[in-house]
Design a protein around this ligand. Structure first.
Ligand code: AMP
Length: 281
């Protein structure tokens, strides 16, 4: 694995690879790596000649300064994990390398960003698009890998590529979970022991919602999820929506549109967790 801190050096190495027609797979991350990230790295390794991983905690996508301050940073452990997987190039830029000037670009994702994460984290997706578009510009991958845990982010990135006319295939990757069902997340390390103990209830309640959907309307399923989370003292529901996979708009009936996804955001103490489940019936 080669480490790069500047875009010039990384571009140089990738230029050499491109000249001999090697394909490039890219996995952008914010570090504090876990098996979820590594599943993306492995998939990129299977599908490409070169695997590029970036670790960059992007200040522009944090709408809460405390979240940015507390975000876990575990570079030594990250390096050790990547060393036991196939990562060819690791890009570790600092903030001025990515943002030599303030990035004032405004992306318009329309209805994709007015719901769920977009609604509760204003500016978040604009910041994500700023950093990912810059990273795409540097790496120019053939394929880029994104986890379905950040389901809405995947849709926004695909839309961003369409808006900017980028010839990059965006590959969705399935959610990797702890054995107790909790979706892996860098933020899980910030949970207190008590909150960690109740956090798997989120996935359990999503699974129950899926079972209930066989005999209940979407509205009834949503009320049931609200009620169940409400009964767990350490959890606070921010939203639960059942949305169409493509439009991300909430559905009123199971007959409407295509595949549906139940998406949830919950606070466990100070830590905000998201998860989702496909409601294929
Ligand atoms: P992050 O470092 O949180 O920005 O995540 C980097 C990438 O890893 C994103 O595409 C995430 O969706 C993906 N990712 C994070 N957690 C998981 C998980 N539990 N399963 C699959 N992908 C994940």
């Amino acid at each position: 694995m080669e480490l790069f801190k500047t875009k010039i050096e990384l571009e140089h190495a990738l230029g050499r690879d491109r000249a001999v027609s090697l394909t490039i797979g890219f996995v952008p991350t914010m570090g504090a790596l876990h098996e979820g990230h590594l599943s993306l790295v492995d998939k990129a390794g299977i599908e490409n000649d070169r695997v590029v991983v970036s670790i960059f905690v992007n200040p522009n996508q944090f709408n809460d300064p405390n979240d940015l301050k507390n975000y876990p940073r575990t570079l030594e452990a990250d390096l050790a994990l990547l060393a036991s997987h196939r990562c060819d190039y690791l890009f570790l830029p600092d903030v001025t390398e990515i943002y030599p000037e303030p990035d004032n670009r405004k992306f318009d994702f329309g209805p994709l960003e007015t719901v769920m994460e977009g609604r509760f984290r204003p500016g978040h997706f604009n910041g994500v698009a700023q950093v990912v578009s810059k990273l795409f510009d540097i790496v120019r991958p053939n394929k880029a890998y994104f986890g379905q845990k950040d389901f809405q982010q995947y849709s926004v990135i695909k839309r961003m590529c369409a808006l900017l006319g980028l010839p990059i295939t965006i590959i969705p990757c399935k959610i990797i979970r702890e054995t107790d069902g909790l979706a892996m997340s860098s933020r899980n390390t910030l949970l207190t022991a008590d909150n960690r103990a109740v956090a798997p209830q989120i996935y359990r309640i999503l699974q129950e919602a899926l079972s209930e959907s066989v005999f209940s309307t979407p509205e009834e399923v949503i009320s049931s999820v609200r009620e169940k989370i409400g009964k767990i003292a350490l959890l606070r529901l921010e939203y639960f929506e059942i949305v169409d996979e493509l439009t991300l708009q909430p559905i009123d009936s199971w007959e409407q549109g295509g595949t549906k996804v139940g998406c949830i955001a919950v606070y466990a103490g100070q830590v905000r967790l998201i998860d989702n489940l496909v409601f294929d019936k």
